[in-house]
Design a protein around this ligand. Structure first.
Ligand code: PEP
Ligand code: MG
Length: 753
């Protein structure tokens, strides 16, 4: 069998392509030379490149062997012909007799009649097919695996170069799909409120086109091996708890380790490097192939593996660039673009320059979103295809009011955005004026508005927003962003600082809420089938009391001479609460025995997040000093819908009779027993939802700091008794969601939303 490329090696071909690139001249001329070189190297009579126009049509851009008149004339509709088939499948097509394939479409102008054998591979950009590279031969034959492989390597290099404007005239580039230039508007979901405009910074930066072809393959292979070694070492360290730079779970790390040692993956990388690619390009090539292969996968397991592989590729690239430990330098007004982020990732960027965040995935209740909210960074997520549509430095608007992103916006869109941003600033200035106004409803009911916090950086918000306290301090955040388990002294210092900034205002410290989606990389975690239903939160604390007691010790010590309020997350039974409370007493006794100054008062509460408690409030409430309703988890368990799963994110509405009745049951139970109750889920920070909560009887709300201004404005406009009557009627509705009815009610009552 003919063995075209292998005989001379793809390396020599890539070298020749590099020379063409260095030679200058018009782009079309270079593209013509490239197809000629490929044809010669592959011992093919024909080599052609097709690129996809913005209209979706595939157009012949250059050919060696077919009629030159057909260039820029032959076009195929999406899905038409063999080329359409390659693009549709995102896979190579290897045929000994092209005309026999059902998708074959005869184009007389090309003069392709004499050619039988056909091998075409897709040109991929970020897992999307944007064109095809085809070779043809007169003799009917199937091309060998290595030939297919080589052609794919070449295709990858070509699409990168073409996208960088090296093979296609810049004018043309605007109309083809290789590198998006057009303004685009993507609809997503608001994760953290706000507006931002700036330059895209890709969290996973792509390989620059000038870094695709290696000068010295031997040296390149050595670089690859060093990076692979570094990567394996990093993963081992993370698994052993030595290094916690990245918040990946144990299970994911195990998968990384498997992949990082996977012979197939490594061999693919080595071969690509030996063929003349740089190590970076080899990693990209392997990534693209996987993406194209797994993109269509419906199976969630396979899709997860794709994520793992993507992450691993990113990590390896960081090792190659030597940037795996370094903090990225950001341009001013940076908009970070990523597939998804761990909470620690976000903190690695310079806060002053980071103005917005766009995510392809994620969910509003995920911790990346919560950290974005804490930092006041507007964030829109679930933007499908985001990363493929953006290049580093592109202008972007983050519209986290409407949940949209504008990529490369036109001047008029920017103008409109600027005036909205100015209006927003004005509104914020109005909220700022309300800062010291107490939140009384029109009929004289005092509503206490507190904020949620978890990091030291949150504390500035207390003064800025006029929050009346911290209704939820998520202590696990300190653990999640730390390199190692925070010591007693570090915990004590943080809690003391929080109490100091709060300056007598109440702070409800929630003990460690780990497990579920909050895994510490430095802590051993067992793989669980249903982590959200598994060994987490207070369950962990009760089974392994050392950590819980250490934390309680830190809290008791930090609160010397001050009031202390502690609550436990995800209590599911009264026994759990009783046991947890006993640990607080033990720690108080421990401190007393050592003659330490105790807190002036101590209040112990439970978070109501597990629906089981709804039917045992009569037993629970008398044991508690207060309770706080965590609606994020309560809704998750009430509707049996994973709060972190984007597909579930908007499926069930908390403004629905079952959810509202559950909340009312809690509120009434607390009223009957005189138990102070607050709501601290994200719900409490949205004016319409807060309106309903107040109508149900809640008088204390704790929310993300940005919610305080809008919610206070709403409260000041509210007639609580009228709202109560209206919402009570909605509770009896047979509808799945009563959002619309409630919106109408709020409008009728002139509530400021
Ligand atoms: C909740 O579940 O509503 C809550 C406030 O806690 P977290 O979001 O930290 O789980
Ligand atoms: Mg919770």
């Amino acid at each position: 069998m003919e063995r075209g490329l292998a005989a001379r090696g793809p390396r020599s071909l890539l070298r020749q392509i590099r020379e063409v690139m260095a030679g200058g001249g018009p782009a079309q001329g270079r593209l013509d030379m490239v197809v000629r070189i490929i044809a010669v190297s592959m011992v093919a009579e024909v080599c052609s490149i097709y690129l996809r126009r913005a209209s979706g049509d595939m157009e012949l851009f250059a050919t060696e062997g077919l009629s030159k008149e057909a260039v820029h004339v032959t076009r195929m509709k999406p899905g038409e012909g063999l080329v359409g088939e390659i693009v549709r499948l995102g896979r190579p097509l290897n045929l000994s007799e092209a005309t026999l394939h059902p998708a074959f479409s005869y184009r007389p102008e090309t003069g392709e009649d004499p050619f039988h054998a056909f091998l075409g591979v897709p040109l991929l950009r970020g897992g999307r097919s944007v064109g095809a590279l085809v070779v043809q031969n007169r003799t009917a034959r199937i091309y060998g695996d290595e030939e297919v492989d080589d052609l794919q390597t070449i295709a990858m290099v070509l699409s990168e170069m073409a996208a960088a404007g090296e093979l296609v005239e810049l004018e043309e580039l605007k109309d083809i799909e290789l590198s998006p230039h057009k303004p685009e508007r993507l609809k997503g979901v608001r994760f953290a409120e706000g507006l931002a405009f700036g330059a895209a910074v890709l969290h996973e930066a792509p390989v620059a086109p000038e870094k695709l072809l290696a000068e010295d393959p031997v040296q390149e292979e050595a670089r690859l091996q060093t990076a692979l070694k570094g990567l394996r070492q990093q993963i081992d360290e993370m698994l052993e708890g030595q290094n916690t730079l990245v918040g990946a779970s144990h299970e994911v790390l195990e998968t990384y380790r498997l992949f990082a040692n996977d012979r197939g993956w490594i061999r693919g990388l080595e071969e690509a490097v030996r063929s003349g690619l740089t190590a970076e390009a080899a990693v990209e090539r392997a990534r693209w192939e996987h993406r194209a292969r797994l993109k269509e996968a419906r199976d969630p397991y396979l899709r997860e593996r794709l994520h793992d592989l993507e992450d691993l590729a990113d990590r390896l690239l960081r090792h190659l660039s030597g940037a795996h430990h370094a903090k990225r330098i950001l341009p001013e007004n940076a908009i970070l673009v990523a597939r998804n982020l761990g909470p620690a990732d976000l903190l690695e960027y310079d806060r002053d320059r980071l103005k917005g965040l766009l995510l392809e995935e994620g969910s509003a209740a995920s911790h990346a979103s919560i950290v974005a909210k804490a930092l006041g960074i507007p964030c829109v997520g679930r933007l499908e295809g985001l990363r493929d549509r953006l290049s580093e430095g592109d202008a972007v608007i983050v519209d986290a009011e409407l949940g949209e992103a504008f990529l490369r916006p036109r001047a008029d869109v920017i103008e409109a955005f600027r005036s909205r941003a100015a209006m927003r600033d004005q509104r914020r200035a109005e909220f700022a004026k309300l800062r010291d106004t107490p939140a009384f409803t029109k009929d004289g009911c005092k509503i206490t508005l507190m904020m949620n916090a978890g990091l030291a950086v949150d504390l500035d918000n207390m003064v800025e927003t006029g929050a009346e306290g911290i209704g939820l301090f998520r202590t696990e955040f300190q653990f999640m962003v730390a390199e190692e388990l925070p010591r007693l002294s570090a915990q004590t210092a943080l809690y003391a600082r929080v109490l100091e900034v709060a300056d007598g205002r109440p702070v409800l410290f929630r003990t460690l809420d780990l497990g579920g989606d909050k895994i510490l990389p430095y802590m051993e975690a067992e793989r669980e089938d249903n982590p959200a239903l598994g060994w987490r939160a207070v369950r962990m604390g009760l089974d392994r009391p050392a950590l819980l007691r250490l934390q309680l010790r830190a809290l008791v010590s930090a609160a010397q001479g001050r009031d202390l309020s502690v609550m436990f997350p995800l209590v599911a039974t009264v026994d759990e609460f009783r046991q947890a409370r006993a640990f607080v007493d033990q720690e108080l006794a421990w401190a007393a025995k050592r003659g330490r100054t105790p807190p002036t008062s101590i209040r112990v509460g439970a978070m109501i997040e597990a629906p089981s408690l709804l039917w045992h409030l009569d037993a629970l409430l008398p044991m508690t000093d207060f309770v706080s309703v965590g609606t994020n988890d309560l809704m998750q368990y009430l509707f049996a819908a994973d709060r972190g799963n984007p597909r579930m994110a908007e499926r069930y509405d908390p403004l629905s009779p079952p959810a509202l009745r559950a909340l009312k049951t809690i509120c009434d139970g607390c009223a009957d027993t005189g138990t102070p109750v607050s709501v601290c889920g994200e719900l409490a920070g949205r004016p319409l939802e807060a309106f309903v909560l107040i109508a149900l009887g809640f008088e204390r709300l704790s929310m993300p700091p940005q919610g305080i201004g809008p919610v206070k404005r709403m409260v000041l406009s509210l007639d609580r008794e009228a709202a109560k009557r209206g919402v009570a009627a909605c509770l009896r509705s047979p509808a799945g969601s009563v959002r619309q009815e409630i919106e109408t009610l709020a409008r009728k009552l002139n509530v400021a939303l």
